[in-house]
Design a protein around this ligand. Sequence first.
Ligand SMILES: Nc1ncnc2c1ncn2[C@@H]1O[C@H](COP(=O)(O)OP(=O)(O)OP(=O)(O)O)[C@@H](O)[C@H]1O
Ligand SMILES: [Mg+2]
Length: 226
Amino acid sequence: MADIVVRAGALTKTYSEENEKLEVLKGIDLEIRKGETVALMGPSGAGKSTLLHILGLMDSASSGNLELMGRKIEDLSETEADAIRNTQVGFLFQFHYLLPGLTLLENSALPLRIAGMENVQALQAAQGLLKSVGLEDRAHHLPSRVSGGEQQRAALARAMAAHPKFLICDEPTGNLDLERGKEIRDLIWALAKAEGTAVIVATHNPELAASADRVLRLVDGRVTEK
Ligand SMILES: Nc1ncnc2c1ncn2[C@@H]1O[C@H](COP(=O)(O)OP(=O)(O)OP(=O)(O)O)[C@@H](O)[C@H]1O
Ligand SMILES: [Mg+2]
């Protein structure tokens, strides 16, 4: 169907170290539609980050198939895969990874610059994004000069700057207190719903998970729906 953003079939991932093999993912099937928010739960070490890296084209599966926006990933050249990752997928992690020498505005504009937009337009667009996460007054501050919650909101603005079809969040509230965590959660959901973005959020936070449209559980290398 046209509105399926992510489709994974029988994905496996085995890490091979010297003489040991670690089979982390043993056959993952999942689909995420446009505008749908999905939480991914499971014990530490279950493979949540591994799966998110594969879905975001930051790592490859050992076997299985993956389609993003209807494109079969195994058929893409490296350049095409890079282009999809850079322009259609947004990432938000536990740590903000903002560049310390750039202002919040410049950080948020980076994905647009990478996508080839002129600096002035990119900064203008990023300003709008910063406003939507409540940071218009902090736009010209360096990351070190704002709070942890503000850093994470700027990271969300950056993740959404290029209007990705798919937003991948790996424990986005893991480093925040309860209130700041709720703020980020609400902003992720609001931006995603406004833009029709498909979202997957790995989290240990049951409250965050419960507020997603669906909850997937990754246990023993397989995903079950709760
Ligand atoms: N690059 C790697 N090489 C070898 N093993 C790895 C690598 N990355 C992850 N692993 C192993 O794969 C398993 C899954 O790790 P992963 O980080 O995906 O778990 P997780 O579910 O995200 O855990 P957490 O909730 O603690 O973040 C772990 O046993 C981990 O040690
Ligand atoms: Mg993880």
